[in-house]
Design a protein around this ligand. Sequence first.
Ligand SMILES: [Zn+2]
Length: 465
Amino acid sequence: MNFIIKNVLIVTDDDYATVDVQVVEGKIAAIAPDLDVSGTVFNGSNKLLLPGFVNAHTHSSEMWQRGIMSIFPLELWLAELYDFAPLDPEQVYLSALGTATETLLSGGTSVVDHLVLIPGQELETIATATRAYQEVGIRAFIAPLIQDQSLAAGIPSGESAQTHEPYFRSTAATLEIIEEAVRQFHRPDEGVSMLVAPTGIQLCTDALFEGCIELSDRYHLCRHSHLLETRAQEKLAQEKYGCTAVEHLKRIGYLSDRTSLAHCVWLSDADVAILAQTESTVVHNPLSNLRLGSGIAPILKYRQAGVNVTFGCDGASSNDSQDLLEAIKIGSILHNVTDLDYQHWITPRQAVEMASLGGAKGLNMADKIGSLTVGKQADLVLYDLTNLSLLPRTDPIGLLVLGRPTNVVDSAWVNGKQIITDGKVTTINVDNLRQELFNCSQWQTKRKSPTVAQLELHYRTVMGL
Ligand SMILES: [Zn+2]
């Protein structure tokens, strides 16, 4: 569909301009004042047009446990999460719809779903999430979460020699599932891309990482992983490799300009230099890091070293929302307390660029999305500057990033296709989705996790608690 947005505010280098934006066959065809009208006309008056943001790290099915997870650090939190993980593809479907909807309504047009797979129904899980994202029309990057070691292996051994049960599926079988998923579902031109995504060094062998590198090279896939989210993982890397996790990942060849790494809280200065040199992307998940007490990722240091940084919500069990604007706000101002030199602090305009172009770079898509540039795909979000939460009128970007914008997305397009109109997602029935989420859940308060009971004493000992 061809359309034109008339008289809309866009961001220029250090100011704003009012222009018309013409979209032809899914691409931005022209940006200038007073363009001739071609196709459907949208009135952009009193509205701000930005490139869509990327929700660069989340786990959609965690939505089922938001609000109820214990106040735990990651390792124990994960044990609880696994004990209550949804095992029904219908739940995967609904939470993918929910994740996509909340991402879109907070300015995101792309989502990276580090998708937890239902054991024994792995391909079905991936097929279901793919279907949900295609129905909504958000640009989806599906990163099936894989590991080949059992959960207890993710906690350092400390003084005690720990042995762990083998993982229930072989490394080779896991890699076969991923390759089959790539064959069936990797369709970048249709808005669905598969990523290789071992969960992290804490639960994966080198054989799994190497298998993923091979698949990534053969099928031109981006790579994703968690990295050094907690102090326990930093300790574990030393036990496992005798060096830092970043040094090890560099040695085995996992780091590259199409590798994005979630969290990156516990890195040494030498590690930061490696990320810069390999052009890897850091995905900052500030809310999850706060919720799980993981720490404050030294984002300002990464930016000064030239590392590309973008934002993610992380799964809704460690956040407990999928509001990308909230993640961008906290992820920007959190660092004003870590660095006295305010000249390094992240400005609202920088935050917007990190969330859009930064996200695109991490997915090897910087030439296709991430900015309002003629020739790029029309992944666009139109914000209503007359919304109460963006008034009175001052600096639109400042209001959007530093305020608490509520229901401010007027319209959104992915690949030139309109998905939000008048503040409502139009591709799916959101009222039905609300009803289904309500019907498939119940009020809960207390749960007991058997895996936490097994692991807690050892965790406390090894962490000196
Ligand atoms: Zn995560």
